[in-house]
Design a protein around this ligand. Structure first.
Ligand SMILES: C[S@@+](CC[C@H](N)C(=O)[O-])C[C@H]1O[C@@H](n2cnc3c(N)ncnc32)[C@H](O)[C@@H]1O
Length: 220
């Protein structure tokens, strides 16, 4: 089964639906990392918007926000959440259904590491960004406290315990080197986050890598 088929099956059956309060309590670093409040009046695309919690934050801070996802149940819940404040469109991260240079900012949290062809998503992200437009992509970190804890708790099948149900879904963990290679030749900066209990150790043990970059402005 392809990663898309697995994803649809997984999240149709067990949708990731949290209130805003729960989500930002679970991810206290996310509000700042995603830059929800910095895109007023800009065209923002969220790739893999899930049930629309982050998409709504962009919209509420004045962005012209559009989210795409491939899972019907997530699309339905996202539409229900954002109503007329943002657009929610069915679309694949590896074939984004928008013209080149349609967006000022592209954001994606927890999606790239579920894809069979992550490089295709990176190419699409650069295509739909305007020259000079910025992006943020959040992926699971390989070197982090969380996989280590899961291996201790669940042994060889630890990957089945990462998402919100035991249904299989593709999951790749990223080192900073692997992530830089994926975006090359573009340069990205990477921050490790998600170990807020001990802020001093966050850059070593954090569970997410936040990749930040920009489409070069001298390209056509
Ligand atoms: C772990 S969830 C994250 C959802 C949301 N970004 C969040 O943080 O709550 C992964 C999401 O990626 C979506 N997804 C997986 N493969 C995709 C693809 N090829 N194109 C678009 N969305 C995809 C899934 O449907 C799911 O909504």
């Amino acid at each position: 089964m392809s990663s898309s088929e697995l994803a649809i099956k997984h999240w149709n059956k067990a949708p990731l639906h949290h209130s805003e309060r729960e989500r930002y309590a679970n991810y206290p670093w996310l509000y700042q990392a995603a830059e929800f409040h910095e895109h007023e009046g800009e065209r923002v695309l969220e790739v893999g918007c899930g049930t629309g919690c982050d998409l709504l934050q962009f919209a509420e801070h004045g962005a012209l926000a559009v989210g795409i996802d491939i899972t019907p149940e997530h699309l339905r819940l996202a539409r229900e959440r954002v109503r007329d404040r943002a657009r929610v469109v069915h679309g694949d991260a590896t074939h984004i259904p928008f013209k080149a240079a349609s967006f000022d900012y592209v954001y994606s949290h927890g999606v790239l590491h579920h894809l069979d062809h992550p490089r295709r998503m990176v190419e699409e992200l650069f295509r739909v960004l305007r020259p000079g437009g910025r992006f943020r992509v959040h992926v699971y970190a390989l070197w982090s406290y969380w996989p280590a804890l899961l291996v201790l708790r669940h042994g060889w099948n630890w990957k089945f315990w990462i998402e919100n149900s035991r249904d299989p879904v593709r999951i790749d963990l990223y080192s900073a080197t692997k992530l830089r290679r994926l975006f090359a030749p573009a340069k990205i900066s990477i921050e490790k986050v998600g170990f807020e209990h001990v802020p001093a150790l966050q850059s070593v043990l954090g569970w997410f890598l936040v990749a930040k970059g920009q489409r070069p402005s001298n390209e056509a």
